[in-house]
Design a protein around this ligand. Structure first.
Ligand SMILES: Cc1cc2nc3c(=O)[nH]c(=O)nc-3n(C[C@H](O)[C@H](O)[C@H](O)COP(=O)(O)OP(=O)(O)OC[C@H]3O[C@@H](n4cnc5c(N)ncnc54)[C@H](O)[C@@H]3O)c2cc1C
Ligand SMILES: *[C@@H]1O[C@H](CO)[C@@H](O)[C@H](O)[C@H]1NC(C)=O
Ligand SMILES: *[C@@H]1O[C@H](CO)[C@@H](O)[C@H](O)[C@H]1NC(C)=O
Ligand SMILES: *[C@@H]1O[C@H](CO)[C@@H](O)[C@H](O)[C@H]1NC(C)=O
Length: 531
């Protein structure tokens, strides 16, 4: 009896101690006042302790890779499951004072597209256990021998580099990539996801079988070409406007072992693009990857691809011509058939008209090839050249206007202004590999080019470079070049309407159906009021 009383007393003591700790903690909480823009009711949800607020919690989510703009959310959600995200969205949707919500993948946007000013940013990485404690169950490669359907199921928060590593362990890999792999599945699928494989396999969005999405009403919906297909097509390239992708089923193929990686130099723009177009028209016998870049005399060949000796040689050529180009290709192969690669390359070389003596080759593993930009990142970071402002501009330009683009922009605006530190990507795309039903918009021509003018700036000169971007857009508009922005940035609905063109009405209808209160990804600045 006495013993039991003693037990009772000690547990009473425990309860008192606990409530003391709790009131102390909530006192601390009061030091960080609950954000005025968020309903107090959020604190009574199960996810309350996954919500972090106050300036320290939100700082990292108020900037992005672009470092051109800043806007703080009121709070950040660290979800441990898709259900947590759905609870948050449902709560906002039902609230008399709804607040905006943005999924943040890896924050590699340029213009605050993953911001949620005054609302809640969802730290998607937290779904996968964060970078350190990766939850392997968020990437699955099932063995479906019966249907011979090869795919990987990846969480929307997963980085492509992790999807690659995991699938390689099963001897397979996705077929369409981005140049840089530290981007999330949900983030690139909300845009398109393009690199040198797109001419053959289409952009990443063309390689998706199925999606799990949380809509702007908080519903969890599985969609595919057959089921809830309007949502499926709408979300792909849909700029985060219709739902948050929590899982994507992505097509894979047997992974190649090795890659013969080549770069050819051109001094003549016409020959350069003719060869690019020739290469994307050859199927099996051609390259598995085709891209290209412009090199200016000051920034020539400063990448890890060229040896120092080759770099010097190229710089001399660039200095002579002011601007030169390189075509980049890759042939995938198996060790067992290595001897055939030399033959294949030799035949291809005969068809091309690069500057004699200016063909450079490397032989690397598939992983090393796909992860190439990260190798540059590792070089640039310690030089303080990675975490800097990035006034980038990405455009899709119809093939028929490429010469005008060269004269007006490459030779005109960029060279004239002696643009420092720019990577200029020039990659041909085949329209037939893009699905008209998806939300992404592209030029109305069979072949178009993806042009990325990717510059690193300083706090002092980024505005100037950004003005140059406006000048480029003005030039295109005045010359009647029917371009489309990729990773688009517009701030008025009239501009968005023009951007979407014929797809605008459908997009608005989908928005009305799946996110009528315009809660999701407000940083895109497409819909600012409830529909
Ligand atoms: C160094 C570098 C190299 C790049 N290279 C390429 C390239 O080769 N090819 C290419 O196509 N792109 C490239 N990009 C652009 C990249 O695709 C975009 O930045 C894209 O937004 C992915 O970045 P993220 O995953 O960090 O997404 P975030 O910037 O975090 O988000 C982008 C948008 O998508 C929304 N979003 C994020 N996650 C989800 C989700 N799960 N569901 C729904 N919406 C979501 C966000 O709210 C936001 O509106 C590059 C970017 C950088 C910085
Ligand atoms: C916020 O961060 C600063 C610097 O890291 C630290 O000194 C301060 O104590 C933090 N404040 C809170 C409330 O966590
Ligand atoms: C584009 O792809 C289609 C389908 O594979 C093909 O028939 C066509 O020849 C390609 N166009 C060019 C210019 O390569
Ligand atoms: C090229 O790289 C060197 C170091 O490797 C660096 O000092 C220089 O600034 C770079 N130049 C350009 C234009 O990128």
């Amino acid at each position: 009896m006495a013993l039991r009383r003693l037990g009772l007393m000690s547990s009473t003591f425990l309860v008192m101690a606990l409530s003391f700790v709790i009131s102390f903690l909530s006192l601390l909480g009061q030091l960080r006042p609950w954000p005025a823009t968020l309903p107090q009711g959020l604190l009574s949800l199960d996810i309350a302790d996954e919500l972090h607020y106050g300036p320290n919690a939100t700082a990292r989510f108020s900037i992005d890779y672009g470092r051109l703009t800043e806007a703080a959310p009121a709070a950040v959600l660290y979800p441990s499951s898709p259900d947590d995200i759905a609870s948050l969205v449902r709560f906002s949707y039902a609230s008399p004072r709804p607040f905006v919500i943005a999924a943040r993948g890896h924050g590699h946007s340029i213009r605050g597209q993953a911001f949620a000013p005054g609302g809640v940013v969802v730290d998607m990485a937290s779904l996968g256990g964060g970078r350190r404690a990766r939850r392997r169950d968020r990437i699955k490669v099932p063995l479906d021998d019966v249907h011979r359907l090869l795919y990987v199921d990846a969480g929307g928060e997963q980085l492509w580099i992790d999807v690659l590593r995991e699938t390689l362990e099963h001897g397979v890999a996705p077929r369409s990539w981005t140049d840089y792999l530290y981007l999330t599945v949900g983030g690139t699928l909300s845009n398109a996801g393009i690199s040198g494989q797109a001419f053959r396999h289409g952009p990443q969005i063309s390689n998706v079988h199925e999606l799990d999405v949380i809509t702007g009403k908080g519903d969890m919906v599985t969609s595919s070409r057959d089921v809830n297909s309007d949502l499926f097509y709408g979300v792909l390239g849909g700029l985060g406007q219709l739902g948050i992708i929590t899982r994507a089923r992505i097509a894979v193929e047997p992974a190649p072992q090795r890659v013969r990686w080549v770069r050819f130099i051109y001094t003549d723009f016409g020959s350069f693009i003719n060869d690019q177009e020739l290469l994307i028209s050859i199927s099996e016998e051609g390259f598995d990857y085709v891209e290209g870049q412009l090199l200016m005399k000051n920034g020539a060949a400063n990448s890890s691809f060229f040896s120092e000796r080759d770099s010097e040689k190229i710089k001399v050529l660039a200095a002579e011509f002011g601007v030169i180009y390189f075509l980049e290709g890759a042939i995938y192969y198996e060790l067992a058939t290595a001897s055939l690669v030399d033959q294949k390359l030799k035949l291809l070389l005969k068809k091309l008209s690069f500057v004699p003596g200016f063909a450079f080759t490397k032989d690397v593993s598939y992983l090393r090839f796909l992860d190439r930009v990260h190798h540059d990142e590792i070089k640039l970071r310690p030089m303080g050249l990675w975490d800097v402002p990035h006034p980038w501009l990405n455009l899709f330009v119809p093939k028929s206007r490429m010469r005008d683009f060269e004269t007006g922009i490459f030779r005109g605006i960029l060279i004239e202004n002696n643009t420092p530190m720019a990577t200029v990507l020039i990659s041909p795309m085949n329209r037939s590999k893009w699905d008209e039903k998806m939300s992404v918009t592209i030029p109305d021509e069979d072949i178009f080019y993806a042009i990325g003018i990717l510059r690193s700036a300083t706090m002092d000169d980024w505005k100037h470079l950004d003005d140059q971007n406006d000048e480029i857009l003005r030039f295109c508009n005045q010359a009647g070049i029917e371009f489309k922005q990729y990773l688009p940035h517009y701030t008025t609905q009239a501009d968005w309407k023009k951007h979407f063109g014929l797809k605008w009405d459908t997009f608005v209808q989908l928005k009305r159906r799946y996110d009528p209160k315009a809660l999701l990804s407000p940083g895109q600045q497409i819909f600012t009021t409830s529909l």
